[in-house]
Write a protein that binds this ligand. Structure first.
Ligand SMILES: O=P(O)(O)OC[C@H]1O[C@H](OP(=O)(O)OP(=O)(O)O)[C@H](O)[C@@H]1O
Ligand SMILES: Nc1ncnc2[nH]cnc12
Length: 170
């Protein structure tokens, strides 16, 4: 199955010079969605995560079914002001702009195994900020899993030294 063929390229979105990798065309394809989630869970299973952390909003799409398939819990990392209980907060830079991410302080028990999942790693800013949030909880970061990787942005270099899984590269 050619996952890349199901992802649509949109030039100059959300700003000039960015080629946006639009996963909605993959998500709406029943076989493509199943194949992608099965491959992701197969590659992540050896990391034996207790919790899958997904970043709002596209990270949620892959993190939740992955948690279901791996018998793990799902933990959301959200944009500012969305989480109702006490939260850690971390600023980060995007391929296009800056933002903050938040994580409930009591979401991850110290010592538990945590896998961070998102649809794409670009500069790595989002994933690196999420790793810093996990660090504050005392959870053990066991790896990252992305559907796709924009290799020319060298996002991996921004990440801590744990396994990084990505299914396709641009
Ligand atoms: O590696 P980076 O440079 O940090 O970029 C990757 C992040 O950018 C996108 O999220 P975005 O903030 O656009 O939000 P969305 O998921 O709500 O669309 C994407 O879903 C990743 O989370
Ligand atoms: N080029 C891109 N396409 C889709 N999502 C992104 N997030 C950051 N950069 C992106």
């Amino acid at each position: 199955m050619d996952i890349k063929a199901l992802i649509r390229d949109i030039p100059d979105f959300p700003q000039p010079g960015i080629i946006f990798r639009d996963i909605t065309t993959l998500l709406r394809d029943p076989q493509g969605l199943k194949y992608t989630l099965d491959l992701l869970s197969e590659q992540c299973a050896p990391l034996r995560p207790d919790y899958i952390v997904g970043m709002e909003s596209r990270g949620f799409i892959f993190a939740t079914p992955l948690a279901y398939q791996l018998n793990a819990g799902f933990v959301p990392v959200r944009k500012p002001g969305k989480l109702p209980a006490a939260a850690y907060s971390q600023e980060y830079a995007l391929e296009y702009g800056t933002d903050r991410l938040e994580l409930h302080k009591d979401a991850i028990p110290a010592g538990s195994r945590v896998l961070i999942t998102d649809d794409v790693i670009a500069t790595g800013g989002t994933a690196a900020a999420t790793a810093k949030l996990i660090q504050q909880t005392g959870g053990e970061l066991v790896g990252f899993a992305f559907l796709s990787e924009l290799t020319f942005l060298k996002g991996r270099q921004a990440l801590p030294d744990v396994p990084v899984i990505s299914l396709i590269e641009y």
